[in-house]
Design a binder for this molecule. Structure first.
Ligand code: PLP
Length: 408
């Protein structure tokens, strides 16, 4: 049996006590998403303070997590909301974000959806193609003629610059700017923004700082340029990987923008980097077995509750409250026979017993948000820990959810 003794250098500490973990599971059941508001608020403060440029509006990318209680924390901290879809906007408004603090930077809306976004009063829209820009302008004109909309929206373009954005389907080439400007002008609108998105989970700070000048130079091709949306994509140091350096990024971005001959508005849309680290998925061990030296542990959750590993690869770190020194190569498997139902592969964990609690760490981003009913397991509950209290922020589903909307 392979044994490693120095567990402190290998295993991450649990984020709270076993007594609290047991209390939470006894109160709300297992598996359970647990969010820690102190960690979330600390991260929000750190990111906010890292960019000193005064005209900065942070907008949380709720594609990563749409829980209203968490959105309300971002809102109370002065952040706006980045919406990928009309559903993001709907949740954002329910959470209390003023429409003027919502930035829509999505793709491929049909007409009624575009109409809905404008009727909601979303102030800033970054469009992904000339045809979406055309649609937005036409819908705006109709609403204005019918006096169904008061203020004109602030329009920008998502940038597609192959040398920066790679082989991406998103965005508009700078050669299309003249046509875009004239589409907006026809509707009595101007194109005042440029939106740049680096691609999700980019841990290298240089990957952002090295492109600032090019992005700004491209934005300056828009005669009415007023704002720069520097997107999201900022990485998170899962499993002790490289951490994105917010302070360095903030200093460089501020420095470059300060050199412009007139001030612009800056929007930054962190998603994963803001919310990943505040959550743990608690699960109980329900089965153990050994295959030679390898420990196979079955838990009462599944990749359908936490899809990231099966969709994107990259398992999250798993912590235990079991204090044994001997660690063993362990696969942590979900409660289905789906061949990819692993929550962790080749982890180093002590010999576990049925009934023990494990914590899957850093699951705040793309965790619950990407969970599904695949494998027909209802979704877990979500709980918020705040000032040493805990409260339910989303109920656990039961089997009735599997019948919802079925007609038979
Ligand atoms: C335009 C935009 N901004 C921000 C985000 C959030 O990305 P991340 O979680 O990588 O920061 C996304 C994710 O899809 C996005 O499309």
């Amino acid at each position: 049996m392979q044994t490693i003794v120095d567990r402190t250098s290998i295993l991450k500490q649990p984020p709270f006590t076993l007594a609290l973990a047991e209390e939470l599971l006894a109160t709300y059941g297992s598996p359970l998403y647990v969010y820690q508001s102190d960690i979330l608020r600390g991260t929000i403060a750190r990111i906010t303070n890292a960019i000193s440029y005064p005209q900065t509006q942070f907008c949380f990318a709720s594609v990563t997590n749409g829980n209203i209680a968490l959105l309300q924390i971002f809102q109370a901290c002065g952040w706006g909301l980045h919406a990928n879809t009309p559903g993001d906007i709907y949740l954002g408004i329910k959470a209390g974000f003023a429409p003027k603090k919502i930035v829509y930077s999505g793709s491929n809306l049909h007409q009624s959806e575009m109409e809905q976004v404008l009727r909601w009063g979303v102030k800033t829209l970054n469009l992904d193609s000339l045809s979406q820009l055309q649609l937005c302008c036409e819908v705006y004109q109709t609403l204005r003629e019918n006096q169904q909309i008061l203020a004109p929206p602030r329009l920008g373009l998502r940038l597609n610059l192959p040398e920066l954005t790679g082989d991406s389907r998103i965005g508009v080439r700078s050669t299309e700017f003249p046509d875009a400007i004239s589409i907006a002008k026809t509707a009595g609108l101007k194109l005042s923004g440029l939106h740049f998105y680096r691609g999700t989970g980019t841990n290298s700070t240089a990957a952002f700082t090295q492109v600032i000048d090019t992005v700004i130079a491209t934005a300056q091709q828009l005669p009415d340029w007023e704002y720069l949306d520097f997107g999201g994509g900022f990485g998170y140091p899962y499993r002790g990987g490289t951490a994105f350096d917010w302070e360095l990024f903030g200093a460089e971005l501020t420095n470059r923008i300060n050199r412009l001959y007139r001030p612009i508005d800056l929007i930054v849309e962190p998603g994963r980097s803001a919310v990943a680290g505040c959550a743990t998925l608690l699960a109980r061990v329900v089965s153990t077995k050994w295959q030679e030296a390898k420990q196979i542990v079955g838990v009462d959750t599944t990749v359908a509750n936490l899809s990231v590993p099966s969709v994107h690869g990259g398992y999250r770190e798993i912590c235990t409250w079991n204090c044994q020194d001997s660690l063993h190569v362990t696969d942590v498997c979900g409660n289905t026979t789906y061949s990819r139902d692993y929550l962790g592969k080749n982890c180093q964990l002590p010999a576990l017993r049925v009934g023990e609690v494990l914590g899957i760490l850093d699951v705040g981003a793309y965790g619950y948000a990407m969970s599904s009913h695949f494998l027909h397991r209802p979704r877990p509950a979500e709980v918020l820990l705040e000032n040493s209290h805990h409260r339910l922020i989303r109920r656990r589903e039961d089997y009735r959810v599997l019948l919802a909307n079925q007609v038979f």
